[in-house]
Design a protein. Structure first.
Length: 236
């Protein structure tokens, strides 16, 4: 006989930012066990999330940066008012494991470090967009443009550092910590830091909206917050 739990089981399709991957992968099995639902997750960078969801790809839930969710809501792809924050992340600075850690104690120190670096890596995601803007504001874009290496959508800047293609790199702290072979120098200094909020939001074409809402509620519990914290993010 089918149990009550299995009778109400659903498949939840999620498209999510890689920034939350470590915490999410730790949490979802517990959710599936307690709720009976099956979660299928597509991992993508911000550029691809915007392209795929904006192009009509059908999933129940999107977990991405707040500006991305706002953009998809404006396109009619997200249910207005459904976005709920899961965690926040600042931008971190990384070097190869064992390498000397440069001075990033202030915006001015970071500027000097960038000018001295042999190669600089950042992504096409929210952190990379911000770093490019910051470099422009510092007035050093032309001076360092030949040293910049950009990791494409969904790629880890840390992998470029491990391979020696970037001496110093910038990405969400959680994404840096997920790569073996790199050291986190630290978060950007407070005077130039950008904290990105990552909400989960229901799509307008969700096939399993109630199950998706249950997953979001689980990812917003205190238990989940503790997991986000130890993977380098700040709980909601």
């Amino acid at each position: 006989m089918m149990t009550s739990l299995s009778a109400h089981a659903a498949e939840i399709k999620v498209m999510a930012s890689i920034a939350i991957k470590d915490a999410y992968l730790e949490l979802v099995p517990a959710f599936e066990k307690s709720n009976g639902h099956k979660v299928t997750t597509i991992w993508a960078g911000t550029v691809d999330i915007m392209k795929r969801i904006g192009g009509g790809e059908a999933v129940d839930l999107v977990i991405a940066s707040a500006p991305s969710i706002e953009g998809l809501t404006a396109q009619g792809r997200i249910v207005p008012g459904s976005a709920l924050p899961l965690a926040r992340s600042g931008i971190g600075v990384a070097v190869k494991a064992g390498a000397p850690k440069p001075d990033i104690s202030s915006g001015d120190a970071l500027k000097r470090t960038l000018l001295a670096a042999k190669s600089i890596g950042y992504s096409t995601g929210p952190s990379g967009v911000y770093i490019a803007e910051l470099i422009g504001k510092m007035g050093i874009a032309d001076a360092i443009k030949s040293k910049v290496v950009i990791a494409g959508p969904g790629l880890a800047v840390g992998d470029f550092i491990v391979r020696g293609e970037a001496e110093i790199g910038f990405q969400q702290v959680s994404e840096i910590l997920a790569v073996k072979g790199v050291d986190l120098v630290g978060p950007l200094p407070p005077d130039v830091q950008l904290v990105t909020v990552f909400p989960a939001a229901l799509t307008t074409v969700a096939a399993s909206p109630e199950a998706a809402k249950a997953l979001v509620a689980f990812l917003r519990t205190d238990q989940a917050g503790a997991v986000f914290a130890h993977t380098g993010m700040q709980p909601r």
